[in-house]
Design a protein around this ligand. Structure first.
Ligand SMILES: *Cc1c(COP(=O)(O)O)cnc(C)c1O
Ligand code: SF4
Length: 435
């Protein structure tokens, strides 16, 4: 007689064996999608049942048996449960909510692809996820079809990357690219890999969190054929770092896949410096570098998850200096309307004079740094310009500068919006005078 497994104590899975449980295809095929099934795993009130049925119209529910087995059956505030189980709050749309707050569809030269930053592309291979997170920022599309994209569209996306010479980093996301069959995924990765200007391929996948069974030897062998490969996963809470997910992370790390993590700051889930510190330390212990903490976006129906920006700053304040430097993620606000990602930091420079900068550290101790005299930085036997800059200038390789770069390089002395009333006024006045 085999030992009883914890999941077998849940009536829904009492006859399931390890071979099934550990097979990701079984996990996908047996996702919890109805209130009836969910009611066999956690205890739901009548009210909760009604509300779940209602909010399913916004983003489909689908919970892998593995992730569901981690839920506290009696605690609606269980962080695992809050990621997976819909609530009535999702039906509430606030004034500030938007369908596509990051304007990903606007910066999209080919459907499925967002090209916003100069050297990297977001490549949305599917709208399917193994599990749908209630806080998903891409609710407008995640789970819309629960299917991979048609081949013809993928080929168009690859063709775009092939032509986009400046792109050196392709980020496969979705949905979750690791819901693809390995051979289908390899088709995409192999083609991207053979494009000379594509230096790295990145996967963005929640699979190590919500369906670690997907990290099979076959998948990892495929992934490592196309090095250098990075994978960013999506742990939000230390309770998600289970023995199963640790095994999946170890398999990836042992095979040379560089691991990072992106969390979303979520009210009632991880908006606490102590929870976040435990999370980042557990991640580092498992060879995952905490990469970003995102401020929750203005997508529709996730207002109840949003915190103040101050909460995020407070968390970074509790991490920086208090723990390993590379355990501290960057806190990011992806500013709407296509403005894009901007980092947010606590202020460590508290004052400065002409040559002195005053800093405080994590303890509140204050110290100073004395800068070299302007004269010194220009002499001392070194050329004023570095040789690479000189060479670029000589060969006419200088790219047009972007943003503040133009101020630094002296190309312009001020940056102005495209339209300014005072310019228009002056122009009109000049025109009138016939000047
Ligand atoms: C986040 C994002 C990327 C990747 O950004 P990194 O800061 O390099 O991780 C690329 N394109 C888009 C549109 C994104 O939103
Ligand atoms: S895995 Fe990512 S894309 Fe999929 S539902 Fe969760 S947050 Fe959204």
């Amino acid at each position: 007689m085999a030992e009883r497994r914890p999941y077998q104590s849940i009536p829904l899975w009492q006859d399931v064996d390890d071979a099934q449980w550990n097979d990701w295809r079984w996990q996908i095929a047996n996702r919890i999608t109805t209130v009836e099934q969910l009611g066999q795993v956690i205890n739901l009130t009548e009210e909760e049942r009604r509300v779940i049925a209602e909010s399913l119209n916004t983003l489909r529910m689908s919970i892998t048996p593995y992730y569901a087995s981690l839920m506290d059956p009696d605690d609606p505030a269980c962080p695992i449960r809050m990621r997976a189980v819909p609530t009535m709050f999702e039906t509430q749309i606030r004034d500030e909510d938007q369908v596509d707050p990051l304007a990903e569809d606007t910066d999209s030269p080919v459907r499925g692809l967002t090209h916003r930053y100069p050297d990297r592309i977001l490549f949305l291979v599917t709208d399917q996820c193994s599990m749908y997170c209630r806080h998903c920022t891409r609710r407008r599309m995640a789970g819309e079809t629960d299917q991979p994209l048609p081949q013809s569209q993928i080929d168009e996306m690859i063709a775009y990357v092939r032509e986009a010479r400046g792109v050196r980093d392709v980020l496969l996301s979705g949905g979750d690219p690791l819901t693809f069959a390995t051979d289908k995924l390899e088709y995409i990765v192999a083609r991207l890999h053979e494009i000379p200007h594509v230096e790295i391929v990145r996967y963005g996948s929640a699979v190590p969190v919500v369906m670690p069974q997907r990290i099979t030897d076959e998948l990892v062998q495929m992934m490592k054929r196309y090095q250098p490969v990075w994978l960013n996963t999506h742990f939000n809470h230390p309770r998600e770092v289970t023995p199963e997910s640790r095994r999946a992370l170890a398999k990836l790390a042992d095979n040379g896949i560089v691991l990072g993590n992106q969390s979303v700051l979520l009210k009632g889930v991880n908006d606490c410096p102590y929870i976040m510190k435990e999370l980042v330390q557990r991640l580092v212990h498992n060879r995952v570098r905490p990469y970003y903490i995102y401020q929750c976006d203005l997508s529709q129906g996730i207002g109840h998850f949003r915190t103040s920006i101050g909460k995020g700053i407070e968390i970074i304040e509790h991490l920086w200096g208090h723990t390993t430097g590379f355990a501290v993620p960057r806190y990011i606000k992806d500013v709407g309307g296509g403005v894009g990602k901007t980092p947010i930091d606590p202020c460590y420079i508290i004052s400065r004079s002409e040559r002195m900068v005053i800093f405080r550290n994590y303890e509140g101790t204050i110290g100073r740094y004395i800068e070299p005299e302007a004269e010194e930085t220009r002499s001392g036997g070194y050329p004023e310009q570095c040789q690479i800059c000189e060479e670029r200038k000589r060969r006419g390789l200088d790219q047009p500068q972007v943003g503040l770069e133009q101020l630094f390089s002296g190309e312009v002395s001020a940056l102005e919006p495209a339209h300014l009333d005072r310019h228009e006024r002056n122009q009109m006045a000049r025109a009138k005078r016939g000047a």
